[in-house]
Design a protein around this ligand. Sequence first.
Ligand code: CA
Length: 374
Amino acid sequence: MKNAMIPICLFAALFAAGNTSLAATDGNGKTTAPVKVIFDTDMLTDFDDVGALACLHALADAGECEILATISSTRGNASVGAVQVINHYYGRPNLPVGAPKGMGVLGAHTGAKVKVDSSAPLGEKKGGHYKYRKLLADYPGWYRYADSDDAPDANNVYRSVLAAQPDNSVVICSVGFITNMRRLLETKPDAISPLDGKALVAKKVKRWVAMACRYPDGKEYNSMWDHESSRIAFENWPTPILFSDWQYGHDCFAGRAVAEMKVERSPVKDVFANNIPSRDQIRKDSHKWLRSGFGMGGRSAWDETAVLLAVRGVEPYFNAERGTYRMVGDKGDDEWAPDAENGPHIRITQRMPKAEVARVIDELMTRKPKNGKN
Ligand SMILES: [Ca+2]
């Protein structure tokens, strides 16, 4: 099935009760099932990934979603270990984890040529995957894979989880590179499933929510750094894709409330407290900080908005435009082509004021884990 042939009714369903309302009950008091989510994160340089995973766990604690797996899109670093620390904090230490093999972004930053030496001293705060390696140093025993390369192949995790789920039931939420979606599409039938990757996705996945791309065109981190995978996945993905793009999240600031939480021991608080500039710093040069993705409310909530979209849907937070995001040229540029009738993609735009969306995100991120470590 080509993307352009996705029937309109599939898009209508994205806005219907059960997709857009709380999982516990919809607007009419009808009980709805928790949204089944596979979370895919780069957990590499930025830290809105931590906020996004915190939101997801809070929504799972509330019965609004079920987390099926938490997968890294980067390799040779502490990304899987950092994910496991957060999973442990929320009382879900055994969630399946995985990482890509053989392709995609490697090491401590996007241009890295070598993997992180997990046995090397932590070193200076600047660069070097510091914030995530620090989580592993501060929370020993809360993770299994200090090196993401030791984690299972993301393809096997995706295929096993998808094969075990009801048809048309899984939402994939990606807040990092697109590597794993491309690799999944290219998988062959195996002992896990007689279906190839594209057929398995078409059968089991309801929709893919991606934090990626820049409106109306340009370069965006998640879609740019493994742009070949982005191009292949966007062109061949057999379900609707919803985008929370750079344009939506960049001026939606969340996380200062997390940084200022009065809790003793929280990896979520630690990351936000260590990486958000002070109110005084912002006050002195707000334009400079805005260019870097910081505001009085905290950090640009690119990844957290994707989780909100994945679990609670478009309404009441967002408006939606239909069209196509596609990769153009060979340097990682993307562009949006509006197509209100037949576009296979949706990008969200502002409906509720972004400060209100940020408050929803902050409320989720600051919830105490229901069954976790504290
Ligand atoms: Ca991310």
